[in-house]
Structures are given as C-alpha cells and as structure tokens.
Design a protein around this ligand. Structure first.
Ligand SMILES: Cc1cc2nc3c(=O)[nH]c(=O)nc-3n(C[C@H](O)[C@H](O)[C@H](O)COP(=O)(O)OP(=O)(O)OC[C@H]3O[C@@H](n4cnc5c(N)ncnc54)[C@H](O)[C@@H]3O)c2cc1C
Length: 488
C-alpha cells in the first residue's frame, strides 16, 4: 500500500549494513547520491556476517581466468554468461576500490594460498586479501564501516525493512516500510532500493524448505539474517535462485541460550587434543571422518560434490582424557559471532558447561547412550569397534588420521552437535546490473541487490568469494541505481 505521506526520503535506500551495504552506500555517495542505510541490528551489532567473518575478500588476478574458474565452480548449475562476465571483471577491482578510499589491502600470507578447487581451470586467479596487517578480528569490517562513518552516511539502527512499497501500475519500487520502536515508518527512495540484508541463516522454515539434507541448521554468523530480503522480494514478484546452496554444514554445539553456534576444537581437528572421541548419528554409528574436512560443507561423491551428510541429532562421544585436556570450545576470538560478539567465556576445565547440561556424562557407555536417547548396545558396539581400530592405528571405516586414540576407562561424555553454517547463498535472482528479476527475466524497476542475498554461487564456493562479491555487486548495484531518473 502506498502511504499518503512519507516519513523520510533519500535517493538510494540501502537495506542492511554489511559489506554489500557498505559497497553500495559508499559508491552511491561518491557518485553524489543522497543515501540512507537501514539496519535491523542495534548499533554495535551491525555488520552482519561481514563483522565476524574470517575477513578475507577475493581479488581475482585476471578477468579471463576468473570467468573460467567461476564457470567451473558453477558446474551443471550454470549462471548466465553476462553475469559471469561482470562478476569476473569487477572482482579484479576490489583492491583498487579499497585503495582509492584509503584502505590497505594485504594479501593473505599463509601457504597454500587457499585455492579451494585447485584442479578446476582458472583456479590460479584466486588471491585473497584483507585490510591492514592481520586478518580476522573484524579488522576488514572495521575499515568498511569507517568508510560509511567518515562520510556521515546516515544509518538507522534497529530499523528492519518489512515491506517494499510498489507502484501497483508500473511495478516501480517507490520505497520501503520499516519498523522503528515498534512503529511503522515509510521511507521514500527517489531512485532505488538496494537490498543487502543477507541470507536466511536464522530462518528454520526456509532452511527446512530449501537446504538439502538438514532438518535444521544454525549459524556461526549474525543472528539478524532471517531471510527478510527474500520475503520482501518475493512479495513484489521476484524470482529466487541458488536457494539450495550454502556454506555448510560443519558440526557444532548449539544451545538454547545462544542464537549462534559453538565450534568444538576436537572436531575438525582445529586443535589436536588427547583422548578418545567419535561422532555418531541417531543410529549410534559413526558416519564420517571426524575431521569433517569439507570444501565449505561439500564433499566429493561419485564425481559430484554434495553437502556433507549430517544425520541429526548427532553426538560427539568422548572420554575422560579428552574432557581433561582443556576447553572443548575454540574461544579464540578471530571470527564467529559467538567468539567476537557474545564472547562467551567457556571454562578451562569444561566444568561450567557440564553443570549447564551442555555436556552429558555417565559412568558407562551404555548409560551415556540412554541419557542421549541412543541404543545402548549399538553405541557400545561402535565404541568397541573404534577402540579396536584406534589401537591398531587404522580407521578402516572412514580413514581418519588424527586423534586415533581408544577410549579410556571412563567416565564418558557426550555433546549434541547440530549442523552449522557460515551463510546461505540463495535469494532473489539478480542480473548483470544487480537488478532483481521476475520469473520472466524482466527486472523489477528500481530494485537492486548485492551480497549473499541471492549470490552468484550456485554450486561450489571459493573461500573469500562472498565478501569479494559483496564489494563487486555492491558497486554495480550503486552505479546502476544512481543512474535511475529521480522521482519525487
Ligand atoms: C564465521 C564466518 C566466517 C566467514 N569468513 C568469510 C571470509 O573470510 N571471506 C568471505 O568472503 N566470506 C566469509 N564468510 C561469509 C561472509 O561473511 C558473508 O557471506 C558476507 O559477509 C555477507 O555480506 P552481506 O553484506 O551480504 O551480508 P551481512 O554481512 O550478513 O549483512 C547483512 C546485514 O543486514 C542486516 N539485516 C538483516 N535483515 C534486515 C532487515 N530486514 N532490514 C535491515 N537490515 C537487515 C543484518 O543485521 C546485517 O547487518 C564468513 C561467514 C561467517 C559466519
């Protein structure tokens, strides 16, 4: 419904203050537009997944190689050639853009450089950067945020976009209804609305409907990304794409008191710890190498890449030696919402978490099985089998190489694991101008998007490609949005 009066007016209204929102807002501002950013989170929790990411962004070395690599990453889930072309051209310009604004792009130094699919053609286009001397710890985000603050671009915090206002005759997007302090506000966009409000990592209904193989999944990123951009775009006639692609799953602890997940050090072997440990599904059996070494959640399967199986509920079952070998949670605050924003102080000896019931214990494996709802005989058989293989030094079932240790004499412990993800990739389909498209391929007038809300990644994902794309398509969206005729 078009309101009789508008509460605020700007040329460009950017919805969501993460990397894509920054790139769109700053580019539009530099082109002379009057810009307003709307952000759902309170001040101090803005920045979305970008704030708590590893902080790397992709700056590819040549458009030709980048196009070849992206096409290969898409595999059978092709994206239009024109999209590949603009992505490839723009992804080479991220460092130039950041430098032109006073940033300090530095290439990641660790080896190998992190080419995720080195066998694919064009893979050597990959170069990962961050701003400033080190990566992690929100450093790159802090630079992005300063670009907005230095320009005094207004940001309305705690102001989620709720509904796009569309002209019933022309289909033009006129503005957006937001909520502020529980009241509606109507914000007019003279030129365009740019949606940069992230994915659906916190919308369990969308997760059930769209993500393959997981009945639920939780995030290590921002709790504010609830798929609002998808709902708003659908309501004005958008088409969706890449809804089944996501950066996950990994396996992590999720407890009701926190919206985001806790990564376990012994899992994924981010730290090799002493003690016996396995992960089992609801049938009490192991289902994978507990290293869970995936390519952002994908594992090879018969010549294809599929999401890592996650038979829920899953349990990490372990012994006293592991319990006694230090905190099970990786609390290094380099990335992740729980670490960076919540800063939960996990006890050094895991005792607080045992007391809170996050860790269950029993004197025997059979009793432990009963306390976590598993078949006692089956879990005992699984632990016995593991103990035999670990003692022999060969994991015949899943070829695990690390922490090949039999269980000690107890007591025993279990932590329920949930599938966890970094981010979703799906959302409204956009074209090479970053316009949001209808199912018939025509653009919805004056509606743009950038970032992980409808990202280009349809199948495989190259790490740092998300923030790289935020910057690239944020700029593209802004340039085209600013070129729209202004209507009052
Ligand atoms: C732990 C972790 C590590 C990662 N590491 C990397 C990495 O190193 N490199 C990389 O490229 N990618 C990484 N990713 C993925 C990457 O962080 C995201 O894909 C990217 O930052 C998304 O940026 P965005 O601007 O699209 O969305 P976000 O940064 O998530 O920003 C979206 C913003 O929109 C706001 N919002 C939501 N709904 C509304 C609404 N209705 N109205 C207004 N505002 C709204 C949110 O509060 C948020 O501030 C990582 C993700 C995580 C969780």
């Amino acid at each position: 419904m078009v309101p009789e009066t508008w509460d605020e007016v700007a040329d460009i209204v950017v919805v969501g203050f993460g990397a894509a929102g920054v790139a769109a807002a700053v580019t539009a501002f530099e082109l002379g537009a009057d810009v307003l950013i709307l952000e759902k989170a309170p001040e101090g929790q803005e920045g979305g997944n970008t704030r708590v990411a590893g902080q790397g962004y992709l700056n590819t070395s040549s458009p030709e190689k980048a196009a070849t690599y992206l096409k290969a990453l898409c595999g059978p889930y092709t994206v239009p050639d024109e999209m590949v072309r603009v992505w490839s051209e723009e992804m080479c310009l991220n460092n130039d853009w950041l430098t032109s604004l006073g940033g300090d792009p530095q290439e990641h130094q660790h080896q190998p450089v992190g080419i995720e699919f080195p066998d694919l053609p064009g893979a050597d286009c990959v170069h990962k950067f961050h701003d400033g001397p080190t990566y992690g710890y929100s450093h790159t985000w802090n630079r992005f945020e300063s670009l907005v603050k230095d320009r005094s671009i207004p940001v309305f915090y705690e102001t989620p976009g709720r509904e796009l206002i569309q002209d019933g005759t022309t289909g033009d997007i006129l503005g957006i209804r937001v909520e502020q302090g529980g009241k509606p506000l109507f914000i007019r966009a003279r030129k365009a609305v740019v949606l940069t409000c992230g994915g659906f990592e916190n919308n369990q209904e969308m997760i059930r409907n769209y993500l393959p193989g997981v009945p639920y999944c939780y995030t290590s990123g921002s709790p504010y990304n609830e798929g609002d951009g998808i709902s708003m775009a659908l309501a004005v006639g958008a088409n969706l794409w890449h809804m089944n692609n996501y950066a996950g799953p990994s396996m992590a602890l999720k407890v009701p008191a926190f919206a985001t997940t806790f990564s376990m050090q012994a899992l994924h072997f981010s730290k090799v710890m002493a003690g016996g440990m396995i992960v089992v599904g609801p049938d009490g059996k192991r289902f994978a190498d507990e290293n869970f070494k995936t390519r952002h959640g994908k594992v090879p399967s018969n010549g294809t890449w599929q999401a890592q199986p996650a038979p829920c509920p899953m349990h990490m079952v372990f012994d006293q030696a592991l319990m006694a070998s230090g905190p099970l949670y990786d609390k290094t605050p380099s990335h992740g919402w729980t670490q960076i924003v919540e800063r939960y102080d996990w006890s050094e000896d895991n005792s607080n978490e045992l007391m809170q019931g996050w860790i269950k214990t029993a004197d025997t494996i059979a009793d432990l099985a009963l306390s976590i709802g598993l078949d006692a005989d089956r879990l005992s058989e699984t632990v016995d089998r593991w103990n035999g293989q670990a003692a022999a030094g060969i994991d015949e079932d899943f070829h695990r190489k690390l922490m090949l240790m039999p269980f000690d004499g107890g007591p025993y412990y279990a932590v329920e694991l949930s599938p966890s993800m970094l981010n979703t990739q799906g959302g409204p389909q956009r074209n090479e101008k970053a316009q949001i498209l209808r199912p018939d391929g025509t653009p919805i007038p004056r509606l743009y998007s950038a970032g992980e809300l409808g990202s280009i990644y349809s199948y495989l994902y190259q790490g740092t490609g998300n923030i790289g794309e935020c910057l690239a398509f944020g700029r593209i969206a802004a340039r085209n949005a600013v070129a729209e005729l202004s209507v009052s």
